[in-house]
Design a binder for this molecule. Structure first.
Ligand SMILES: Cc1cc2nc3c(=O)[nH]c(=O)nc-3n(C[C@H](O)[C@H](O)[C@H](O)COP(=O)(O)O)c2cc1C
Length: 389
């Protein structure tokens, strides 16, 4: 099957990955209400078709945090994404670099900051969680700065990890010791091309940035246990003020769903934020990002760069998010599906598909430049979602 869309890449990823890994990427927390809302609310937004507007020259180039990029898109931080293809984060970062868009490396990546730096030339972004061991956290920030990371995303919507039923059903969670390893090993054996590419050729598996603290422990259980014990749930706005003092470059707060929190982030000197519910993986039941975005853009759009993610599965969705007030959009699962299906080439192709879809959406809404995309191209956005009371 040749992929013609992000959803095709999802199907290819499902066929190629061991069951537990596909479920880990694809799933959301609890009953997955928010995960479904993210996708459904975007899909439900009708675009307003306009014709006869001379759309011969479409302008998709944009500028984020002082840097030009070819599309208003970035690759969101995704933990363990590197397990989906051999040295996966390196492949994705190279695809982003070739496409002229930023790649963001997660704290909990499979490849380290140094490994990604050695295999790329363009500066990438780094994502940070608040870690109890502030000394280790500062070391990570220093490494990121020395590697030339151009922006820092500070993710604030994971004081505690949400629970994902699918991970329990697949054997990724709740099956400790030999029982879990056998289950996952069996699932990997049923996917020989992944097992060869990642399991054998992708070695050594050192769990990226966590290698200094995990040492010889390289199992998935060690990794999740470290996350449970070391993410700091005492995180407050004071920590943001502290991180601001530690990071000189652009600082982006990720995981904002409420205008009051957006204003607090702006007041503390953040340069940008990501309207995000962690792809429906944290608090199930919160609104979709498409629903939350307009009020946040209204509250802080003049003061800071507003990014958004969640449920973006096509170039049309990118355009919808821009129309709702985002300056640019982050892709989460979309790039991981493409990476799992076909590595660097898959991510590069998926980005081409999205660009082509964006061009169609712009041409038939009569919008020549991405910077001109606004609510005028939408048919049915609720006014109360745009104008907070
Ligand atoms: C498997 C997986 C792992 C993730 N890991 C991280 C992470 O380490 N740090 C982070 O800030 N966000 C993480 N996210 C959230 C993404 O950055 C992004 O907010 C989300 O995927 C957007 O939704 P979408 O997948 O529907 O595009 C993760 C998402 C997924 C699907």
């Amino acid at each position: 099957m040749k992929a013609a869309s992000v959803l095709d890449y999802r199907e290819l990823a499902r066929r190629r990955l061991p069951h537990f890994l596909f479920e880990y990427i694809d799933g959301g927390s609890y009953a997955e209400v928010t995960l479904r809302r993210n996708v459904a609310d975007l899909e439900a937004i009708a675009l307003r078709q306009r014709v006869m507007r001379n759309v011969a020259k479409l302008q998709l180039v944009t500028e984020l945090f002082g840097r030009r990029q070819s599309l208003p898109i970035g690759l969101a931080p995704v933990g363990l994404a590197g397990l989906n293809a051999r040295r996966g984060e390196v492949q994705a970062a190279r695809a982003a670099e070739a496409a002229g868009i930023p790649f963001c490396l997660s704290t909990v990546s499979a490849c380290s900051i140094d490994e990604v730096r050695r295999h790329t030339r363009a500066p990438f972004w780094f994502q940070l969680y608040l870690i109890r061991d502030r000394g280790f956290m500062r070391e990570l920030l220093t490494t990121a700065a020395e590697a030339g990371c151009s922006s820092l995303i500070f993710t604030v919507d994971m004081p505690l990890p949400g629970s994902r039923y699918r991970d329990y059903r697949s054997g990724l969670a709740g099956a400790p010791g030999i029982r879990g390893r056998l289950r996952r090993g069996w699932q990997a054996a049923l996917r020989p091309s992944w097992a060869w590419d990642v399991g054998i050729c992708g070695r050594p598996h050192s769990l990226g940035n966590l290698a200094p603290v995990l040492g010889a422990k390289t199992g998935l259980e060690d990794f999740f246990e470290w996350m449970r014990n070391n993410f700091d749930p005492s995180v407050t706005w004071d920590d943001l003020a502290f991180i601001r003092t530690q990071w000189a470059g652009p600082l982006i707060i990720k995981g904002i769903l409420d205008p009051a929190d957006a204003v607090a982030a702006a007041d503390l000197g953040a340069d940008g934020l990501v309207v995000s519910n962690h792809g429906g993986r944290q608090l199930d039941g919160v609104p979709s990002t498409a629903h939350a975005l307009p009020a946040i853009a209204q509250a802080v759009g003049e003061r800071m760069t507003v990014l958004a993610d969640g449920g973006v599965r096509s170039g049309l969705d990118v355009v919808r998010m821009l129309a709702l007030g985002a300056d640019a959009v982050l892709l989460g699962r979309a790039w991981v599906y493409a990476l799992a299906a076909n590595g660097e080439a898959g991510v590069a192709h998926m980005l081409q598909l999205l660009e082509a879809e964006m061009r169609i959406a712009m041409a038939l809404t009569g919008t020549v430049s991405v910077t001109d995309i606004n609510t005028n191209i939408l048919m049915n956005v609720r006014r109360d979602a745009i104008q907070p009371e």
